[in-house]
Design a protein around this ligand. Structure first.
Ligand SMILES: CC(C)(COP(=O)(O)OP(=O)(O)OC[C@H]1O[C@@H](n2cnc3c(N)ncnc32)[C@H](O)[C@@H]1OP(=O)(O)O)[C@@H](O)C(=O)NCCC(=O)NCCS
Length: 178
């Protein structure tokens, strides 16, 4: 993958190994429609790994929340087609949200099977870490199903350690940001 041109902050156009051009950029309100439309194309396992339970659809309310991050406490990136928001298909979403009253953020990420295995999960996680450091947070953490080897591997390779998630079947992966 190779970065292209000069783009606004947190934007990067990438050429994937399979020939696709994609844009990593902050999520936009107009992404709500494409996100809801693409949700049924996800595999049940992907949805369970991301949301930690089964979901048949992304409700309008959930899509609105996801696409309107509060810039003081939330950050969300997508990997999308390099088209106008609203027209662009969205293939991945990664977000971090500061837990109220703490200096810690929780992350969640989903790179759909159409574009996984090409380095995008790592790229997105690195950006969540960069945003968290920019906010001077102490820790970035996420709760991961204990059999979700790809995410556990990815987290470990980025320096996250494991803690108990206080919930059976879950592992909390934590990165100390200092
Ligand atoms: C986990 C997930 C984000 C990885 O995204 P991705 O774009 O495929 O990841 P990358 O291509 O950047 O790979 C990064 C690392 O992840 C790990 N990884 C990815 N796919 C893997 C697999 N099938 N088996 C084992 N490890 C894997 C590896 O450590 C890999 O590093 P390497 O390429 O140097 O070996 C993606 O599979 C996903 O969204 N899964 C469903 C949702 C989810 O699990 N979310 C996490 C909980 S919030």
């Amino acid at each position: 993958m190779s970065p292209r041109n000069r783009l606004p902050p947190w934007h990067e156009q990438l050429h994937l190994p399979n020939g696709r051009e994609v844009l990593i950029r902050p999520i936009r309100p107009d992404d709500a429609g494409p996100l809801r439309a693409a949700f049924p194309l996800l595999q049940p396992d992907e949805i369970r790994q991301r949301f930690l339970f089964a979901m048949k659809e992304l409700s309008e309310e959930q899509a609105t929340k996801l696409t309107h991050p509060d810039p003081r406490t939330e950050f969300a990136l997508v990997v999308a087609e390099p088209l106008a928001p609203g027209e662009a298909l969205v293939g991945a979403v990664a977000r971090a949200a500061i837990a109220p009253g703490t200096r810690e953020a929780e992350f969640a990420i989903l790179v759909s099977h159409y574009i996984n295995g090409m380095g995008l999960g790592r790229q997105l996680m690195r950006r969540l870490v960069r945003w968290s450091k920019g906010k001077k947070l102490e820790r970035l953490y996420g709760d991961v199903l204990e059999h979700n080897h790809p995410m556990l591997q990815l987290a470990q390779s980025l320096g996250f350690h494991r803690e108990s998630a206080n919930s059976p079947g879950l592992v909390r992966v934590v990165l100390d940001l200092h």
